[in-house]
Design a protein around this ligand. Structure first.
Ligand SMILES: [Zn+2]
Length: 246
């Protein structure tokens, strides 16, 4: 016998739905969704909001007790959860797996925020609300770096790209793929630079050892000259040449 599954959800009251639509409508338009916009469920929960994988109708959840007197908080939270939804859908279509708050998510939410800021003339200053929380997960491809180093990489990379994607006509749904491709290329470039640097350091060490060896040989030859005169010096040179040829 299968497990009993119980749901208790219903459409929000017209007052609550109308209130959220009024606040969120212009922001949603600015994001350039081309498909259905993920539904929102208002729910009393201990979290501010969340989005689950495999949610059948793609809905995202917002805490119905969340700071509702502040439209900026509601819009930023809603778009944060919708960015999770978009990244999850890209994951699903590719079979790839991303960290919840990795670089793909961070650039996606940053682009959505920027679009809303531009369309609404900075009313909510959403980009200013981004925080370390939004890129808290270690990014793929840079596992060798400590947290301050990879966090700086992710932030710098996102700042480099978000304006151009935000001002493009790319649909909201396409942003996670753009972000994932850009991050893969960035991490690959960083790793190639690191490999080059490691090889260069190895070469420097090898050259240093060679110089020390030559300096040591020169000291021996000068010593032989002092002890045995030119005969000793030339004898050591002949031996050195012989060793080199052999
Ligand atoms: Zn999140």
């Amino acid at each position: 016998m299968g497990e009993l599954v119980v749901h208790q959800t219903r459409p929000a009251e017209p007052l609550a739905a109308g209130w959220l639509r009024r606040i969120a409508g212009p922001a949603i338009s600015a994001c350039l969704f081309t498909g259905p916009v993920p539904p929102v469920e208002l729910r009393p929960t201990t979290l501010a909001g969340f989005a689950c994988k495999n949610e059948q109708d793609r809905r995202v959840f917002l805490n119905s007790r969340c700071r509702f007197w502040n439209p900026g908080s509601v819009v930023s939270l809603m778009l944060h959860e919708m960015a999770h939804r978009l990244v999850m859908e890209h994951e699903k279509s590719t079979g790839r797996s991303f960290e919840a708050h990795g670089p793909e998510f961070f650039l996606t939410v940053m682009v959505l925020y920027r679009r809303v800021d531009t369309a609404l003339d900075g009313t909510y200053a959403l980009v200013d609300r981004l925080a370390l929380y939004d890129f808290q997960d270690r990014p793929p491809g840079l596992q060798h770096l400590e947290r301050p180093a990879w966090a700086a990489e992710v932030l710098g990379w996102a700042l480099q790209h978000f304006e151009s994607i935000a001002s493009s006509s790319a649909s909201a749904e396409s942003i996670p793929k753009l972000a994932a491709d850009l991050w893969s290329a960035h991490a690959a470039r960083k790793n190639a630079q690191r490999a080059e640097e490691t090889a260069r350091q190895g070469e420097v060490i090898r050259l240093k050892e060679q110089v020390l060896q030559v300096a040591g040989d020169a000291r021996i030859e000068v010593g032989l000259y002092r002890i045995f005169g030119w005969t000793g010096f030339f004898a050591s040179m002949v031996f050195a040449l012989f060793a080199f040829v052999v």
